[in-house]
Design a protein around this ligand. Structure first.
Ligand SMILES: CC(C)(COP(=O)(O)OP(=O)(O)OC[C@H]1O[C@@H](n2cnc3c(N)ncnc32)[C@H](O)[C@@H]1OP(=O)(O)O)[C@@H](O)C(=O)NCCC(=O)NCCS
Length: 174
């Protein structure tokens, strides 16, 4: 059964393989596409600290909110990751929402996207959130399937002058 864990060196090799897989495919979250996998591999403890830098207890750069990274794993395999923002600011309310997620390309279309959002929503509920915002590009059919499969209620479709595609905003009541 897949489960969510806090990023840890236990999944180092599988995680790095997945980062390279996402980059080779060109389809993934924006920061995964930009990560330097070789640098992460060379100092993985530092990479883990970087990944967890917005968790409560750390000093946040201006305009940032607390968030936590969560990895979906099964056995020794890393399958994907989510980022759970504990609150919204104006830009997250408009564009990013509370939760972002990515499944590694070789593990897609097997239900893991739906699972990672379901488990991240459980974590959000544990934190006391009552309603979460999840957004995706209108043409991202996989992400739409993930959100709608988790009870997302469409707020609407929006065009933003800084984003090339129409965006859908969904709310999920916890
Ligand atoms: C979006 C993403 C997380 C989906 O992950 P996944 O593991 O393939 O999703 P699932 O297997 O749980 O599929 C969920 C639903 O979407 C459908 N779906 C998944 N990928 C699809 C695609 N490319 N086209 C059409 N439908 C798709 C599935 O059939 C399933 O439908 P169902 O619930 O009716 O059976 C994955 O494609 C991904 O990581 N994409 C890149 C990053 C990204 O877009 N993240 C979301 C940012 S908003």
């Amino acid at each position: 059964m897949p489960k969510l864990v806090i990023p840890t060196s236990r999944y180092k090799q599988s995680f790095l393989e997945a980062v390279r897989e996402v980059q080779a495919s060109g389809s993934g979250l924006g920061d995964t596409l930009k990560w330097d996998a070789a640098q992460m591999e060379a100092d993985f403890d530092r990479a883990l600290t970087e990944l967890r830098r917005y968790e409560p207890g750390n000093e946040l750069p201006d305009g940032f909110v607390n968030s936590e990274p969560l990895w979906l794993v099964e056995g020794e395999a890393y399958l994907g990751r989510a980022s759970l923002r504990h609150t919204l600011n104006a830009s997250l309310r408009e564009f990013g929402g509370h939760i972002g997620y990515e499944i590694r390309p070789s593990a897609r279309r097997q239900g893991h996207g739906r699972t990672i959002l379901r488990l991240t929503l459980e974590r959000a509920r544990e934190l006391g959130l009552e309603r979460v915002l999840v957004t995706c590009d209108t043409d991202n059919l996989g992400s739409r399937g993930v959100i709608e499969g988790n009870g997302g209620v469409l707020e609407g479709e929006f065009v933003l002058d800084y984003h090339p595609k129409p965006l859908r905003r969904y709310w999920i009541t916890l």
